[in-house]
Design a protein around this ligand. Structure first.
Ligand SMILES: *[C@@H]1O[C@H](CO)[C@@H](O)[C@H](O)[C@H]1NC(C)=O
Ligand SMILES: *[C@@H]1O[C@H](CO)[C@@H](O)[C@H](O)[C@H]1NC(C)=O
Ligand SMILES: *[C@@H]1O[C@H](CO)[C@@H](O)[C@H](O)[C@H]1NC(C)=O
Length: 635
């Protein structure tokens, strides 16, 4: 704003120079420049450009700290990845069926629209990062480069052995289609390619997206939840970042397919769409019982689809679904929380007795503060639902484990309500629960609750860091038990009590487990992201270096234990450091979509996918948040 015209011309010229420079540097870093003359050129160009280079960025409100000659990383990528992208606009979708033409037996009636009006000025989420020292930048960049190299190795193998398939099998170099055969890994990885600045790979993948046929499916039924978070989330985020219109066209096609899942008598979504039946429009039958995370994790993507298309029907569908959760929240056996099993057929989300914030329920909770942010704070009910579950979850699921070093951390376990109303907590923790620390951090910022960040978010995240570090492989098991302390205050180590708790575990305790763990009930590591997710979020929120260092330890351990000739594989037992670790021929798309993206982002300048600009779906796909006029100061 307010910049003179003639500066604009210089600006363009320097932009081109810088982007050329970046291209040579990237090649040089990747060892693909045989001449090896990059350092000399770089020194010259940087010398001449630096005094002018600071106007490059669009403000992200999240501080500088780019460590890249003053230019914001987000601006650099915008130029590198999005300039001259016109050639993809000719890509046409090629699906054999038009989902927008299905005539519904159960149409929606009067449509609700997303709230309009100026977004509320929500508090700043990210830490204000001060400029970084050259020494710190050097370490950070070296780490980030290693993450990028590992991603590129994986991508090359996917491209060579599993192109357009749902998943690469990392030991056999074969492939698998388990999510309807629409190239799940490819779609899930689009935004990671963009974020890592892999332009040629990104363009090639976008062209492949145009060829996906959402009119056929490799399975007779389509999993609403997985297709929504991986494919629709992946397409929308890649569209937000790159603006390639073919991505939006495919998102709409897929959105219309998923929308057919609401063609039911009560307009509640099915869990699995019978693919051919859905095409007829005759109406689908809602299942009797589903895990709450299934219907509870549809709102963010459908809402964003309405935001970017202006068509309210997607938002309307999930808004009515969320009414059911809102109405039931105060009437369950643990008010504030919902049981793991719910019925969309009877719209019953109150009757069950089993509760968890881990697998089965997790992202139902995760999406409430995220909906609040995505809607610019204009739908207060998502704020109210968030606050209610956050208090109830703290009272119900969290415990301080008894540890030999008496570390003050929190772990998470499920709960059950007895017939007389007694709530029993079970001290069984799982990797899936590790996202919770990050959610307390994010919500703590959005709702101005410092204690949610500093006390709960930090201790929960440190609980997962502890479980990684304690294992001889440096990797946390999928599922394990610890002995819970009666209080969160003092928790002295008591060997006799530990032995008694271990003995209660019916043979699941073993002497090789680190002291403090009474079981490693499921000793595998499935390439999951939840721990690094919270570490990343807490780092961006607090700016504390301890989180970056923990991330590096995790990356070193995980990349070592899971490495295969072609990519990375799930490992069968992380409790014994006998390398090579036993592995499984299995690599979920979330390894590339989430785990490696979070590792990359925590070592990137903090303006890249700033949490003040984006909210990430449960598959780590960033959706652009609406902007208020200016950020309000903390109270
Ligand atoms: C359309 O899809 C078919 C496969 O279904 C593919 O062979 C063809 O190349 C596609 N054409 C275009 C123009 O994308
Ligand atoms: C509530 O659950 C019990 C079993 O846990 C079941 O017998 C009962 O029918 C359920 N009630 C409703 C209204 O679904
Ligand atoms: C969380 O729960 C504990 C134990 O019930 C309580 O002492 C603490 O004040 C709660 N923290 C917050 C932030 O609500």
């Amino acid at each position: 704003m307010g910049r003179a015209r003639h500066v604009f011309a210089i600006n363009r010229l320097l932009s081109m120079l810088l982007s050329h420079l970046h291209a040579c540097r990237t090649e040089w870093e990747q060892g693909e420049n045989p001449k090896g003359d990059f350092p000399v050129v770089a020194a010259l160009v940087y010398y001449y450009c630096l005094p002018f280079a600071s106007w490059g960025g669009s403000g992200s409100g999240s501080g500088s700290g780019s460590g890249q000659g003053g230019e914001l990383e987000s601006a650099r990528l915008e130029r590198l990845m999005n300039s001259d992208a016109g050639k993809t606009s000719s890509l046409r979708s090629n699906s054999s069926f038009d989902w927008s033409k299905v005539r519904f037996k159960y149409p929606p009636g009067q449509l609700r629209r997303p709230p309009t009006g100026r977004p509320v000025s929500l508090p700043q989420v990210q830490h204000h990062f001060p400029p970084e020292s050259p020494a710190a930048a050097k370490i950070r960049n070296a780490r980030r480069q290693q993450v990028r190299e590992l991603f590129r190795k994986n991508w090359k193998s996917y491209r060579k052995y599993a192109w357009r398939k749902d998943a690469l099998q990392p030991l056999s170099a074969e492939y698998k289609d388990q999510f309807s055969g629409w190239a799940a890994t490819l779609v899930d990885s689009l935004d990671t390619l963009w974020i890592m600045g892999l332009r040629a790979e990104f363009d090639e993948a976008v062209a492949a997206v145009a060829d996906i046929d959402f009119g056929t499916s490799s399975s007779v039924s389509v999993n609403m939840f997985e297709v929504n978070i991986r494919y629709l989330g992946g397409l929308l985020a890649a569209f937000d970042l790159s603006g390639r219109d073919v991505l939006l066209r495919k998102a709409v096609e897929l959105g219309d397919l998923l929308y057919a899942g609401y063609n039911t008598k009560n307009r509640m979504p099915v869990d699995f769409i019978s693919f051919e039946a859905a095409k007829t429009g005759e109406g689908l039958m809602v299942e009797g019982s589903v895990v709450s995370a299934s219907p509870g994790t549809l709102s963010l993507e459908m809402t964003h689809l309405s935001q970017v298309t202006g068509d309210p029907k997607y938002y309307d569908a999930v808004s009515r679904l969320m009414d059911v959760f809102e109405k039931g929240q105060a009437w369950t056996k643990i008010p504030g929380l919902w049981p793991i099993y719910v019925s969309m057929q009877t719209q019953d989300v109150v009757n069950g007795s089993y509760f968890s914030i881990g697998g089965g329920a997790d992202s139902l909770y995760e999406y409430l503060p995220k909906m609040y942010a995505l809607l610019g704070g204009l739908e207060p009910r998502y704020g109210a639902m968030s606050k209610d579950f956050i208090d109830a979850a703290n009272r119900t699921f969290f415990f301080r484990p008894m540890l030999p070093g008496e570390e003050d951390v929190l772990m998470i376990g499920p709960a059950r309500v007895e017939d007389d109303g007694t709530v029993l907590m079970d001290s069984e923790s799982e990797h899936l629960g590790c996202f919770v620390g990050g959610i307390y951090g994010l919500a703590g910022r959005l709702f101005r609750r410092r204690d949610w960040v500093d006390d709960l978010g930090s201790k929960l995240t440190h609980g997962c860091i502890y479980a990684y570090r304690a294992m001889p492989t440096g990797i946390m098991p999928e599922r394990y038990n610890m002995a819970a302390c009666g209080s969160r205050g003092r928790c002295p180590w008591d060997r006799a009590r530990f032995d008694a708790e271990a003995a209660k575990q019916q043979g699941l305790w073993s002497s090789h487990l680190p002291l403090g763990f009474t079981t490693a009930r499921d000793p595998r590591y499935l390439l999951r992201p939840e721990a690094i997710e919270s570490v990343f979020v807490m780092y961006r929120i607090t700016g504390r270096r301890e989180f970056q260092d923990a991330a590096w330890d995790m990356f070193a351990s995980v990349s070592k234990g899971t490495a295969t000739k072609y990519a990375n594989a799930a490992v069968l037992d992380v409790t014994r450091a006998e390398y090579p670790l036993p592995q499984e021929d299995y690599m979920e798309s979330f390894w590339l979509a989430e785990t490696l993206k979070y590792f990359y982002l925590i070592f990137s300048p903090p303006d890249l996918i700033s949490l003040d600009d984006y909210v990430l779906n449960t598959e780590a796909h960033p959706f652009r948040r609406p902007k208020g006029l200016k950020r309000s100061r903390p109270l």
